[in-house]
Ligand binder design. Structure first.
Ligand code: NAI
Length: 340
């Protein structure tokens, strides 16, 4: 079968190192993808004067598929997040983050296997802010029936397709009665529409976080609004070995961008210390998405081979430093390739 065109965004910080390692592994595994590299983030600002150049947006509009390294967002000043802009530009309303315990990665818990579904376009995370008067600033939390219904239905559909048994919504509707109230109402309605085979549960987010760190094995799928999903994703990453091992997908009705949960990690950038596994797992999600979209068996085979190879590498103690090993980014990529 012909190669599938997909945009590759190396991004900032550790982004270029991990994307290079991942592309090398995908090539070795026979993934039928034709990468088109495009800039975004600080790297793009330096190259083109824009953080999100129109040529990058055009390329994603054409391919409807991208693998993206992390992009730096300045704290407390400067340009608004490229990640948020991309999710909004392509209406990638569902963020999917599978979190699972890995072989050979020692953590407090051995039985974590949950999927986080985060609403990706609304809520406080949109960063709609203004200064009312000097010394008084405001941030808007916007929730719409359309957005809340859409993500709830998407989550239940996903649960059914993947044989997941239970969805727990984390919310703060006791305080944010209107916005989070709408979120849980739409989730309840979606559940009642015909998903009685999937158990439905709600937890106030603070108590939910306590339950997560006490016993994550009790959760199957979490459904959260945007900001809660952002925070809880990193919390869950901490349960299974850290940000180096949690992948992600941003999915809409007409395209998808795959990226790790982690950021550009400026503290370790350029040193060969970054774990490429989170982006590699995101690339495996991309391959599985292509299987669903096109039925290309070569993508299924490549995804299966890569997953088996990195599981085996970890089991045999081939790990980067964040997981207690000694390997560099490229050495870990070599270890995976050797086991394909
Ligand atoms: P971060 O996720 O970049 O790093 C947090 C900690 O985890 C750091 O100690 C880092 O070294 C470590 N870490 C992250 N990924 C790792 C990997 N693959 N291997 C080994 N260690 C890893 O979060 P931080 O420092 O809060 O943010 C840095 C920048 O990244 C910010 O500008 C932020 O806005 C941006 N960011 C971008 C995201 C994206 O593009 N989707 C997501 C999250 C943050």
């Amino acid at each position: 079968m012909a190669r599938h065109p997909a945009v590759l965004i190396p991004g900032d910080g550790i982004g270029p190192e991990v994307t290079e390692a991942v592309v090398r592994i995908l090539e070795a595994a026979g993934a039928t993808i034709a990468w088109e590299e495009q800039p975004a983030g600080l790297a793009a600002l330096e190259q083109t004067g824009e953080v999100l150049p129109s040529r990058t947006l055009d390329a994603i509009s054409r391919t409807k598929l991208a693998l993206k390294g992390p992009c730096t967002t300045p704290v407390g000043e400067g340009f608004s997040s490229v990640n948020v802009q991309l999710r909004k530009a392509f209406n990638l309303y569902a963020a999917v983050r599978p979190v699972r315990s890995l072989p050979g990665v020692e953590t407090r818990f051995r039985d974590v296997d949950l999927v986080i579904i985060r609403e990706n376009t609304e809520g406080l995370y949109s960063g709609v802010e203004n200064e009312i008067t000097p010394g008084v600033v405001m941030s808007m939390k916007v929730a719409t029936t359309r957005g809340c219904e859409r993500i709830a239905r998407w989550a239940f559909n996903y649960a059914r397709q993947r044989d997941r048994r239970r969805i727990t919504v984390f919310h703060k509707a006791n305080i944010m009665k209107l916005t989070d109230g709408l979120f849980i109402r739409c989730a309840r309605e979606a559940h009642a529409e015909g998903y009685s085979d999937i158990a439905y549960e709600e937890a106030i987010i603070d108590a939910g976080c306590m339950r997560l760190v006490q016993d994550p094995g009790q959760f199957d799928m979490l459904l959260l609004e945007n900001l809660y999903g952002d925070v809880v994703s990193d919390l869950c990453a901490g349960l299974v070995g850290g940000l180096g091992v949690v992948p992600g997908a941003n999915i809409g009705d007409d395209g998808a961008i795959f990226e790790a949960v982690h950021g550009s990690a400026p503290d370790i950038a350029g040193k060969g210390l970054a774990n490429p596994l989170a982006l590699l797992m995101s690339a495996v999600m991309l391959l599985n998405y292509l299987v669903e979209q096109t039925g290309d068996e070569a993508c299924r085979t490549a995804a299966t081979r890569i997953k088996a190879a990195y599981d085996l590498a970890l089991e045999q103690g081939e790990k980067t430093r964040d997981l207690g090993g000694q390997l560099s980014t490229n050495e870990f990529a070599d270890a995976v390739i050797a086991r394909l």
